[in-house]
Structure formats: C-alpha cells, structure tokens
Design a protein around this ligand. Structure first.
Ligand code: FES
Length: 151
C-alpha cells in the first residue's frame, strides 16, 4: 500500500495485508465501537463469550493500516482470555504485540483499547438484563394446591 508502507514493520504489514478475524459476527454477546476523534477512523469489535472467556472475536475497521493491523492482532490477543483480562489490555500492549508502530501511528492502537472496553460494557449490559427463567412463577401459586413445605 502506498500509505507509509516503508515505515511499518513486517508484523504490521502482515496483519494489514492478511487481517485475522475480519468481518461481522452473527449475534455477538458484545459489540464495541470506537472512533478516533483525530481522524474519524472507526473500529467495531464483536465478541462471543463462553464461561467468561472470549470464545471468538471479529472486527470491522475503517481506517489506516495501523488501525487495521491493531484490530487484527487485538482479536488474536483477546481470544481465550477472560473478560477481566482483556480489560487490562492497553494500546501500548497492542502496539508492542505488533512489534511497535511508527511514532506518528501510536494513537491508532487507541481504537483497539477503546473498542475492547466498549464491547465488554455492551456484553455486561446485555448479560445483566433480566433473563426469563423457565422456573419463573413457580412457587408463586402456592394457593392453588402447591402448599409450601412445612419445616
Ligand atoms: Fe486514524 Fe490511524 S490515522 S486510526
């Protein structure tokens, strides 16, 4: 790509040219979107959570090479980790996992950090919503012949 390709290392270029886990996720457990106010670039992160661990992660990013590479490596970094563990991931860790970003592109990894937090917030918000229980209502009709146990 013409965009400063010479200043990116081979890890960044690999993730940019062959992004991992790119695309939309059908019925994710959490979706987080982040926009870089400096440039308007946007990342959307989808997570599927099983037993409090990230079972699957996908992304859609409209942005520069560093943003796409950061998004790609972030999906690899968070898979298998707990929800609490991924909240500890910082932009510096994303940049480090990419072998470093050019100084003018460090801010691009902020998208990943922000998208993780937004996806977890969305997951926790959905997870705390009331789930209808199949047992709901049981025990409320004790007056209809299901008297409570005597103790
Ligand atoms: Fe916008 Fe990289 S220039 S995220």
């Amino acid at each position: 790509m013409p965009e400063q390709a010479g200043s990116y290392n081979s890890i960044v270029l690999d993730h940019f040219n062959h992004p991992r886990n790119m695309g939309e996720m059908d019925r994710p457990d959490g979706v987080g979107q982040a926009t870089n106010p400096a440039c308007g670039d946007t990342m959307r992160l989808f997570i599927r959570v099983e037993r409090n661990r990230i079972a699957e992660a996908k992304f859609l990013t409209f942005g520069c090479a560093a943003a796409i590479a950061s998004s790609s490596i972030t999906t690899e970094m968070i898979q298998g980790k707990t929800v609490e563990e991924i909240l500890m991931i910082t932009k510096e860790m994303v940049s480090e996992a990419l072998g470093g970003l050019p100084p003018t592109k460090i801010h691009c990894s902020v998208l990943a950090e922000d998208a993780i937090r937004a996806a977890v917030a969305d997951y926790r918000n959905k997870d705390s919503s009331p789930h209808p229980s199949p047992l709901e209502g049981e025990g409320k009709d004790e007056g209809r012949g299901k008297k409570g146990k005597r103790s």
